[in-house]
Design a protein around this ligand. Structure first.
Ligand code: GCU
Length: 687
């Protein structure tokens, strides 16, 4: 078995004999109350976990007698006695929700564990919950949990291309494609489905949002049969298949002269594609669309808007229950850097706010967490709080494009927690992004969270083994955005690295600090970018300064930052509700970490921290590089407590990070020293 391949489904044998015995007895047999693929998957997953954790294989039976064991079933289809015993627990269950409860079978019967889903997917999530409890080495006595997912859609976006490459992938090649075809062996896809289902993911789009030539054909007859087999793999794990589509497909794949969304022949073509797809895949999820963005075709070509485009696709999918997920990552990527009136940060709001209320009920707008593009630090996109009558969905990036490309350790759960907890004040206090994305705040029929995957065919899936924590944490947060960072971290560590308390202390500390460390030695105070163009790895302060991408810092000899205020700047701050619009607009109130996102200030400007901007840059960069080195030292203290090859792999990455953090430190510090002419107060070495 390859190092780290099993990730958090490692099922290490319990060392504590009492616990092992308890698990063995509770799980000695597994009864599946009803025959269905998902329930059978659940039973097999549980059996495999129990076998590995206890050393004993449970039997799988159609029903339980009075002996102890686990019953896996679905509400409304249990034996009457159990249905009765659980009636208050299961009354309110949604399809994907579940009850997990230890209870006695009748009077004098043995204790047993019931896992009951609102529907079969719920039961599967309940099983993974039980496995998690055992992997955390907790007792099964007195278990009583009722869970419902906070989000209807809990989605992963693969940016995989059919040639086997992955856009912004840092963990090898695609597990789906090779040489412009699907891989022959789907076993790794199945293992991926297991990982995803175990953390509650229920939807996946399997091709890049930039849909190239071969991928355009995925919605045609040519791929129907293969796609239905891929969908079946995911279906066993409660995951729906989506495809990214090319808006110009009617031309590129259909031979029509136009892709105008109001043209009857175009509508007809899409409707036909949809019904064919649904014949092959009755539970197909729908389409993910990047249109009129970064040179992708879209409705603008025909003088139509995003609502025209999305609604046309929605109409084709609606009869089959499909969804259109339309991305809001739309901006002018041919900007003139001399033009100070255009602000890329304003673009999504400006494009989509005027269309609020015009989208069909089965359209969801997918909005990146920040207004720019997955930088290490950005404010939350104001579009979340803006839209009132439109389904919306949050888009995060698990793959570490701008956060160290899985060479650097950067645990993103703390960042995502900040985003989800951000109170937009759109409908008074408590209007968090979590409640807007899920749709509860505006009572929308659809909503959820999507994120760009960080996996590839790398032995440990994610390049950096510790980057698995990001995939794990992402899934857990889509299920329940109010889970604490500490809980998610502890769960991941115990399941992936075992229950050694020393390992838990050290690794959780490393993970907790890692985002802050990465931020401190890279672009300062929310200004972003400063990376090498195209591949986006490594420092290049002016890499994007005179480019067409709308990504500037405006550093000169006096100061730095982007003035986005209402009075003297681009006016972006006005896209927020109060009190954020005033807070961000005000030099005094703006939080330090976002200062340069919102304001252009002299290097001598004093932060809330009491430090000047220039001294802050020097301090954080010197400290950040030291802290990166300390991460390696911390990890080294665990030698012997972690499997040797896993240990070595992480150590190797941390050494690269440590070296590279110095490069960042020196490039950034030198640049600003030369620009400002202001020396470091501590007289440290700047070149
Ligand atoms: C980023 C990324 C691109 C990607 C784009 C998107 O700009 O660098 O590779 O295509 O986001 O989200 O569409």
């Amino acid at each position: 078995e390859m190092t780290g391949y099993k990730a958090w489904l490692r099922y290490e044998t319990a060392e504590n004999e009492t616990l092992r015995e308890e698990y063995r007895i509770y799980c000695s047999s597994i009864a599946v109350a009803e025959q269905s693929r998902v329930l059978l998957t659940a039973a097999r997953e549980l059996a495999a976990a129990v076998r590995s954790i206890t050393g004993h294989s449970p039997s799988i039976a159609p029903s339980l007698d009075r002996a102890s064991g686990v019953v896996i079933g679905v509400k409304g289809k249990l034996d009457p006695e159990l249905e009765q015993a659980l009636s208050s627990d299961i009354a309110e269950l949604s399809d994907e929700g579940y009850v997990l409860r230890t209870l006695r079978a009748g009077s004098g019967g043995a204790e047993r564990i019931a896992i009951v889903g609102g529907a079969e997917a719920g039961a599967l999530y309940g099983v993974f919950h039980l496995i998690r409890v055992m992997q955390m080495r907790k007792s099964l006595g007195g278990l009583r949990a009722t869970e419902q997912p906070a989000n209807r859609l809990r989605m992963i976006n693969q940016w995989d291309n059919m040639d086997g490459s992955i856009e912004r992938g840092y963990a090898g090649k695609s597990i789906f494609y090779r040489g412009n075809a699907f891989v022959d062996d789907f076993s790794r896809i199945r293992d991926y489905a297991r990982l995803l289902a175990s953390v509650g993911i229920n939807a996946i789009s399997i091709n890049n949002v930039n849909v190239h030539r071969e991928e355009t054909k995925l919605i045609t007859k040519q791929y129907e049969e293969t796609l239905s087999r891929v969908a079946a793999v995911f279906r066993d794990y409660g995951i729906k298949l989506f495809l990214s589509v090319n808006f110009a497909s009617p031309i590129a794949a259909g031979g029509l002269p136009t892709a105008d969304p109001l043209e009857p022949s175009v509508k007809e073509w899409w409707a036909q594609r949809a019904s064919d797809l649904y014949r092959a895949i009755p539970d197909f999820g729908g389409f993910l669309v990047k249109a009129d963005s970064e040179f992708r075709p879209g409705p603008f070509t025909y003088g139509r808007d995003h609502a025209d485009g999305a609604n046309m696709l929605a109409e084709a999918l609606a009869p089959h229950g499909g969804l259109v997920i339309w991305r809001c990552f739309v901006y002018n990527c041919l900007q003139d850097w001399r033009d100070r009136s255009t602000d890329r940060a304003k673009a999504a709001y400006e494009h989509f706010m005027p269309l609020d209320g015009r989208f069909a009920d089965n359209v969801i707008l997918q909005i990146k967490n920040g207004p720019m593009d997955f930088q290490v630090r950005e404010p939350v996109s104001p579009l979340f709080g803006g839209l009132k009558r439109t389904n919306q969905m949050l888009e995060l990036q698990i793959t570490q494009e701008y956060t160290g490309q899985q060479k650097h350790l950067c645990y993103l759960v703390p960042q995502w927690k900040e985003v989800l907890d951000f109170d937009t004040h759109a409908a008074g206090k408590g209007s968090t992004v979590a409640r807007l994305a899920s749709g509860v705040l505006r009572e929308r029929p659809h909503g959820g969270i999507a994120a760009v995957s960080n996996i590839g065919d790398d032995a440990c899936w994610t390049g950096h083994p510790l980057a698995q924590a990001n995939l794990y944490g992402y899934g857990r947060l889509t299920w329940n955005p109010s889970l604490s960072e500490d809980q998610i971290t502890a769960e991941w560590i115990r399941q992936s690295l075992g229950c050694d308390p020393e390992v838990e202390t050290v690794v959780s500390d490393m993970l907790r600090k890692s985002w802050g460390i990465y931020e401190s030695y890279t672009a300062p105070l929310g200004v972003g970018w400063m990376v090498n163009p195209n591949h986006h790895y490594g420092p290049n302060v002016d890499g994007y300064e005179y480019s067409k991408w709308g990504t500037y810092h405006f550093a000169d000899c006096r100061g730095i930052g982007v003035d986005r205020t209402a009075e003297t700047g681009t006016g972006y701050t006005a896209q927020y509700h109060s009190p954020w619009r005033e807070t961000f607009n005000s030099l005094e109130l703006c939080p330090d970490e976002l200062l340069l996102f919102f304001h252009h200030v002299p290097y001598t400007h004093v932060l809330h921290s009491g430090n000047t901007v220039i001294q802050h840059i020097y301090d954080t960069h010197f400290e950040g590089a030291e802290e990166a080195a300390a991460l390696l030292e911390a990890w080294k203290s665990l030698e012997g407590r972690i499997e040797a090859d896993y240990f070595a792999l992480v150590a190797e990455r941390l050494a690269v990070q440590s070296e590279h953090a110095k490069e960042w430190r020196d490039v950034i510090n030198t640049y600003f020293y030369r620009k400002s002419g202001i020396a470091d107060r501590q007289g440290r070495l700047i070149y």
